[in-house]
Design a binder for this molecule. Structure first.
Ligand code: BGC
Length: 762
């Protein structure tokens, strides 16, 4: 007996070691390249599955446990109760569930799938881990304001660590939709208005979530969403149609998706919108020709929620059967929540409308990913109730949230060096609906995070000063409505103080899905509060809370100091206090332009000059601008001040021209003439003066964050190659044309910084 036991173990250990030795480095390399291995057993399994079981592998549903968190985040779908869901797992009619409730729930469902179903295929557990699991990091747009993709990689990695500890295998993230219209509510989930930043953050987040080995129980499968151009809906209205040139689609909107796939993302989510008349979910050109044909994507595609079914209301599909057929044949492998695939795919195959080989191909993709996630080897590898608790909100994760939070803060203005505030000796009035309280801290699109575990501004500020008793807090008004006596109380509190901190802006539910706004302003009661409080005449710092760029007005726009603080998550109050009191110097930069007025939207820095450009800041008659409003931003993309005083000088090019097969170096000196250390983000922009397709007034091509001590000067050098000067030409293919290019190294997209020009030679 003993011998047998030993020899069995030895065999198992030998096989395991060999597999680990063989598989691990190879798996890491393949994964980093976005390559999928299909193990031989997958086709054997497929060969034994009924049509219903195969369609079941392509059907994902919201978790029905306890009513299901998913059901409150999304419109009610074709949900079932949990007992029924367990039954579906037993019958092999379910590939997995999303937004469920932790390891306990996952264990029940997984047991039904791998122990009680005929094929014993493990389920996959998905969730919207958008900016954290239990520890909530800044909203994705805020993280982009750090201009530090590596930081986003680290927060994604930390989120994956927590979430995979709670039984989650797959995140519906990163959302990489370029958003150039601030009325749209979902810009908060994405990478801002610029394709280069979008690319860098998409890739960083994918690497953070997926790590180097998907099979480890510390990582998640990433999902690039929403493919494609969801951020370009007409007038910023969520779900609205997109109608745009192929050139713009490729040059701007497709960029971050492509970068995410290049970084190895192995799943994708179709977007709700149509593009040029064809819904993405039914768009073969997009889902197959571009995604798989051009980009070589090998993972699987899931619909966004009931996006397949929505093609009926959208006027593209006749009925559910037609919708399932159109979506599936377009290249959407898996259906979320409508139930249409498991309902109709078997019949569609039987009638010959969907080739069986196509069905098998999609099932193969899904099973191959389940295998890469290690689910066949160990279906319970991520499901461990003890580990779920042990990994939750660790001090090091919270410290990372605090670091990300303070780096995401953008100082828009600081007249007379009002900031940083003194830590002692001053009475501070902290006023506004976001001054205190466990609300609006973690921000939109949070499934598992909790405001009650987050630090509010009052607590953060009190912890940072010498005498917390000198801080007086009053609400003043609600987010959207006045408060009886609130204004009077606020004015009295301001009068009795030396300094005012005004915490105003948007609540969490004013951005996110289905939260488009017509006016991107601070709500009227808060604007009145700001006007009344600032009339008291005390030095006032505005601390904005927001999920988008805003059009600031009145006393808010004119405040001597303004901090853009977004939604910073669990460590909100500490992160803001770090910057307010100077423990950390502000280093964030705007990833989206703050316009002068809502009516300028969509406003983005990389617009075209038009035949009648207005000189910056001027309002010349018959030149492009809205009545009374400069054709520029109040606070442009890339803008952000530091506690130093940074000067740009001495732009130098390594040569007056660049040959077609060469490169050119552009350098400038940055000097900190201030008394405090600073982290400056030097940005390199170009403008192609004359081209066969008109080019934007500026395009960001590179940036670098550098630390400058008081009095320190540093040379910053960038290299440009012809690839940086490429655009989509008349034939919708990348071209580089000889000619003259302006080049800037500047502190924002609309600041002059230092400027030069060079020729690209034929
Ligand atoms: C959203 C997706 C999300 C999905 C599942 C949809 O409404 O558009 O971003 O991943 O719901 O929660």
């Amino acid at each position: 007996m003993l011998d047998l036991a030993i020899s069995r173990r030895a065999v198992l250990m030998g096989a395991g070691a060999a597999a680990a030795w063989l598989a691990s480095p190879a798996r890491a390399l393949l994964q980093a390249a976005g390559k999928v291995q299909v193990p031989a057993f997958v086709d054997q399994l497929i060969g034994r599955m009924t049509l219903e079981e195969r369609a079941g592998q392509l059907q994902l549903m919201a978790s029905a446990w306890g009513g299901g968190s998913a059901l409150s985040l999304n419109p009610p779908g074709n949900g079932s109760d949990f007992a029924q869901q367990v039954n579906e797992a037993r019958q092999g009619l379910l590939t997995g569930v999303f937004n469920g409730n932790g390891a306990r729930m996952a264990r029940i469902l997984q047991t039904a799938a791998v122990k009680q179903s005929r094929m014993k295929i493990p389920l996959i557990f998905a969730a919207d881990i958008i900016h954290g699991h239990r520890t909530i990091f800044p909203v994705p747009l805020a993280e982009v304001a750090t201009f530090e993709p590596e930081l986003a990689r680290r927060t994604a990695e930390a989120a994956a660590f927590e979430a995979s500890g709670a039984g989650i295998d797959w995140t519906f993230s990163p959302m990489v939709d370029v958003a150039r219209d601030q009325r749209w509510g979902r810009g908060v989930e994405g990478g801002g208005e610029d394709p280069l930043l979008g690319r860098l953050f998409a890739a960083a987040r994918v690497r953070g979530f997926q790590g180097t080995d998907l099979a480890s129980n510390e990582h998640l499968l990433a999902c690039i969403k929403h493919f494609a151009a969801y951020g370009a809906g007409e007038s910023g209205l969520d779900y609205n149609v997109v109608d745009m040139s192929m050139r713009r689609l490729r040059e701007v909107y497709l960029q971050p998706y492509e970068a995410g796939f290049e970084a190895g993302a192995l799943s994708a989510m179709a977007s709700f919108n149509e593009i040029n008349g064809v819904p993405s979910t039914g768009n073969h050109w997009l889902m197959t020709d571009v995604l798989r044909g051009e980009w070589g994507f090998q993972g699987f595609v899931v619909s966004d929620y009931t996006g397949d079914e929505e093609m009926i209301a959208g006027g593209y599909a006749k009925d559910g059967r037609d919708a399932a057929k159109l979506a599936f044949l377009a290249g959407v492998d898996m259906s979320m929540q409508s139930g249409l695939y498991r309902q109709h795919l078997p019949g569609l195959v039987r009638s010959g409308e969907v080739p069986e080989a196509r069905l098998n191909q999609s099932v193969r993709r899904v099973l191959a990913l389940k295998s890469m996630l290690g689910l066949f080897e160990d279906p319970f590898g991520r499901i461990d109730e003890k580990r779920e608790t042990a990994r939750s909100m660790l001090p090091r994760t919270r410290a990372l949230a605090r670091e990300a939070g303070r780096k995401a803060i953008v100082m828009l203005r600081n007249e007379g060096d009002l900031l940083p505030l003194p830590r002692s000796g001053k009475r501070i009035a902290l006023i506004g609906p976001f001054a205190a309280g466990a609300h609006d801290l973690v921000g939109p699109w949070v499934v598992y995070g909790d405001d009650s575990k987050a630090i509010d501004l009052a607590a953060g500020m009190r912890a940072a000063v010498a005498d917390p008793g000198l801080i007086t807090v009053t609400q003043g008004c609600g987010v959207d409505q006045p408060l009886a006596g609130g204004l009077e109380q606020a004015v009295a509190t301001a009068r009795a103080a030396d300094l005012v901190v005004l915490a105003i802006g948007e609540s969490s539910d004013m951005s996110g899905e289905a939260q488009s706004r017509t006016e991107i302003v601070v709500p009227a009661p808060q604007q009145q509060l700001a006007d009344a409080v600032s009339a008291v005449g005390k030095p006032t710092v505005v601390v904005l809370k927001h999920g988008r760029a805003l059009a600031l007005e009145g006393a808010v726009a004119n405040a001597p100091a303004i901090l853009a603080t977004w939604f910073l998550g669990t460590e909100t109050g500490n992160s803001i206090a770090d910057v307010l009191f100077g423990a950390f110097g502000p280093s964030g930069r705007l990833p989206a332009s703050f316009p002068w007025k809502s009516g300028q939207e969509p406003y983005y820095y990389a617009h075209k000059p038009t035949g009648r450009p207005n000189p910056p800041g001027e309002l010349q008659p018959y030149k492009a601008h809205f009545r009374g409003v400069p054709n520029s931003a109040r606070f442009p993309f890339g803008h952000g001040l530091t506690y130093g005083k940074i000067e740009y000088s001495g732009l130098r090019l390594s040569a007056p021209s660049m040959p077609m097969n060469g490169s050119i170096e552009v350098e400038a000196t940055l000097s900190n003439r201030g008394k405090r250390a600073a982290e400056e983000v030097a940005q390199l922009y170009i403008h192609d003066r004359v081209a066969s397709i008109t080019r934007p007034v500026r395009e960001l091509k590179a940036f670098r964050k550098l630390a400058l001590a008081p009095g320190q000067s540093e040379l910053v050098r960038f290299t440009l190659t012809p690839a940086d000067l490429t655009f989509y030409g008349l034939e919708d293919r990348p071209v580089v044309e000889p000619g003259t290019f302006d080049v800037w190294i500047a502190p924002s997209a609309e600041a002059e910084g230092v400027r030069g020009a060079f020729d690209l030679l034929a």
